[in-house]
Design a protein around this ligand. Structure first.
Ligand code: SF4
Length: 327
């Protein structure tokens, strides 16, 4: 455990967490919505510090990050908990329900990444931003070993802690779940404007990719997809966008997203953005990267098999256009 970094002391022994827009106000002994911060003795304590529920070496494409060291492996880890309540959560066993944890110190986590010759450390699976202090303490140690820091996140964080953390982060995949503010607020218990702000700020300083989980009857109409595409393109049309297939999980029992819907979104996306992908489904071309100038196949992906032979010296092997990859 460690004292939290963003909090305010209030009257009567209460504290307010200032890390995310929930701004939980906690009496002595109370724990926040994310279950990562607790009022202990009138101080806000990160009780989830280093408490690890998952640890694995993953292909970086699994995050998904397609334009960041393609074909590499990254040590991936997570705590229990989340600051949203998505009723279709694809990882609810650890984000909402709880599993047993093991404490891993920042030094030990870095040792493991070095031992396994990892490209870096990815904080993923549940919601890494609720592990703020742990990431913040681990990152400087990791940097001494030339490890990259990756977050796969819902983007729900206040601006000041975001800007502070970005000094240590190399890449993020940020979920943009819908363009409907009311849906974010009432169903997901989040805040669309905060997520948009996170994408805009992060896109200016680090490599980012965006994921949109397409859910039938929730966010899969042409109008909804177009709104999302227009907004992402307005931030930067070189941000890779992943439309991923939903499968029934947690409280949602609807059938999986039809492949036709993913293909429609993919075709629409190619008109707005340089790089669009389909995830959680095999379509033959929806995972490949094509040169936006000449159409050459830059990276061929089949599952987690990655062939980057279309890139030579950070340029398209056919037309010589510089590629939008961190290599
Ligand atoms: S990080 Fe957790 S405790 Fe802090 S405001 Fe957000 S949900 Fe509440």
């Amino acid at each position: 455990m460690r004292e939290a970094m963003y909090w305010t002391k209030l009257e009567d022994g209460k504290v307010r967490c200032d890390l995310c827009p929930h701004k939980c106000i906690l009496k002595e002994g109370e724990i926040g919505i994310c279950e990562g911060k607790k009022n202990i003795g009138g101080k806000l304590i990160a009780v989830n510090y280093g408490e690890t529920v998952s640890l694995a070496m993953d292909p970086i494409e699994k995050k998904p990050l397609f334009h960041f060291y393609p074909g590499s492996y990254i040590l991936s880890t997570a705590p229990n908990g989340c600051n949203l309540r998505c009723p279709y959560c694809q990882n609810y066993e650890i984000s909402i329900a709880k599993a047993d944890t093991t404490y891993i110190s920042p030094e030990k986590l870095v040792d493991l990444a070095v031992y396994y010759k990892s490209r870096g450390i990815a904080f993923t699976y549940s919601e890494p931003l609720i592990w703020y202090e742990y990431i913040y303490d681990t990152a400087p140690i990791a940097k001494k070993h030339n490890l990259k820091i990756v977050l796969v996140t819902n983007g729900t964080i206040e601006e000041a802690p975001l800007r502070e953390l970005l000094k240590w982060v190399d890449a993020m995949n940020i979920d943009l779940k819908s363009m409907d503010e009311k849906y974010y607020r009432t169903v997901l218990k989040g805040n669309l404007e905060t997520v948009k702000n996170t994408i805009q700020i992060a896109s200016k300083s680090i490599h980012i990719e965006v994921t949109n989980l397409l859910i039938p009857g929730v966010n899969d109409t042409k109008e909804q997809i177009q709104k999302l595409l227009e907004w992402v393109a307005g931030v930067n049309d070189r941000i890779p966008l992943h439309f991923t297939r939903y499968f029934p999980h947690y409280k949602y029992v609807k059938a999986p997203t039809p492949v036709e819907t993913l293909k429609m979104a993919y075709e629409m996306g190619r008109k707005y953005l340089k790089y669009v992908y389909m995830g959680n489904v095999y379509t033959g071309e929806g995972e490949n990267t094509y040169c936006p100038v000449c159409g050459n196949l830059l990276v061929k992906r089949v599952g987690y098999q990655v062939n980057t032979s279309g890139i030579k010296k950070k340029r398209c092997s056919k037309c010589g256009n510089p590629v939008d990859f961190v290599l």
